[in-house]
Design a protein around this ligand. Structure first.
Ligand code: 0GY
Length: 306
């Protein structure tokens, strides 16, 4: 093993080696629609604006996981540790044999030719991040300017925020001109009731805005009860199930699913990705819902030409 080029943040948990084989058989053509690559740092250095320094997690390792779990394709989302330097993500797309699309982070300085070059490599969206522990503030007028420009390319916007911030961000989100995809269900507090005010607001946000989609991802990040699979049925992260299931059943044509590999910033445990896949049939309980979540919806958004 060569020594990584960057020293990890203390306490950083590396991704799970040798994940189990899921019991749930993914439908043919399933897409892992939220995952990242980290570096490797020696080849693609991490940004100085980063708020954490991860372990290396290369495209080779990502694509080996894809094959092991039974996915056909990936959507690689730019991670904040790379800032607006999209080279690692683009390198992953270029070496995917057409099996990966990407979501970039850009600033207003980016030129049209660079945006076009990204499109040709497979980028179909940009990510706007509002999680304060991950990024510095970007002015709203800059984000709106970027939104208008990428709209012209037919791209969409991925937004990452935490549930308490939704009221303040609502009007800005409502003004975005593209399809808007919310990461991790807007990070609800799953110790609150699924029928409570906080999650009701998120569901209303989706109901009021037909251009808003949702990733029903990251049970390992949202769960309070944790990964314990008590009954031998591999049903981990049970407290997240009612939230994700509600979104899938209410908006079946606007949901996506992804592993979130290599799982940045987890402090307590690192999920077995095979167990994460076995979470899917608990939130999408029919073959039709599973096909929409894993195949039809991501293809419509990322491979519309097929
Ligand atoms: C996620 C969640 C997180 C981190 C990032 O780009 C990132 O650094 O997205 C997080 O720490 O909640 O989607 O991977």
């Amino acid at each position: 093993m060569t020594k990584p080029a960057f020293e990890k943040t203390p306490g950083w948990l590396d991704w799970y080696v040798n994940p189990s084989k899921p019991r749930f058989k993914l439908p043919a053509g399933a897409v892992d629609a939220h995952c990242h690559v980290f570096g490797p740092g020696a080849e693609f250095p991490f940004a100085h604006t980063r708020k954490y320094t991860p372990c290396d997690a290369s495209r080779r390792e990502l694509y080996a996981l894809r094959d092991h779990l039974g996915f056909s394709r990936n959507v690689v989302v730019q991670a904040t540790c790379h800032g607006a330097d999209n080279r690692a993500m683009l390198d992953a797309l270029v070496h995917s044999g057409g099996k990966a699309r990407g979501v970039a982070t850009v600033t207003r300085e980016i030129g049209d030719a660079e945006l076009q070059a990204m499109h040709e490599k497979g980028v179909r969206g940009v990510r706007f991040n509002f999680v304060k522990r991950l990024v510095d503030f970007t002015p709203r007028d800059e984000l709106m300017e970027i939104a208008e420009r990428i709209h012209r390319l037919g791209w969409h916007i991925v937004i990452y925020f935490e549930a308490p911030d939704l009221p303040e961000l609502w009007d800005f989100f409502a003004g975005l001109p593209t399809i808007v995809v919310v990461d991790h269900m807007g990070r609800p507090d799953v110790s609150k009731p699924v029928d409570g005010d906080e999650f009701a607001l998120f569901l209303r946000f989706m109901r009021d805005h037909p251009n808003v989609w949702c990733k029903v991802t990251c049970p390992e990040r949202l769960s309070v009860t944790g990964p314990a699979a008590l009954d031998g049925e591999r049903t981990a992260y049970r407290d997240v199930v009612p939230f994700a299931r509600r979104v899938v059943e209410t908006f079946p044509d606007r949901v996506l699913w992804g592993t979130d590999w290599p799982h940045p910033n987890l402090k307590d445990h690192m999920p077995d990705d095979g167990l994460l896949v076995d979470f899917i049939p608990h939130i999408a309980v029919t073959a039709e819902l599973q096909r929409k979540l894993l195949v039809d919806n991501p293809l419509r958004l990322y491979w519309p030409e097929e």
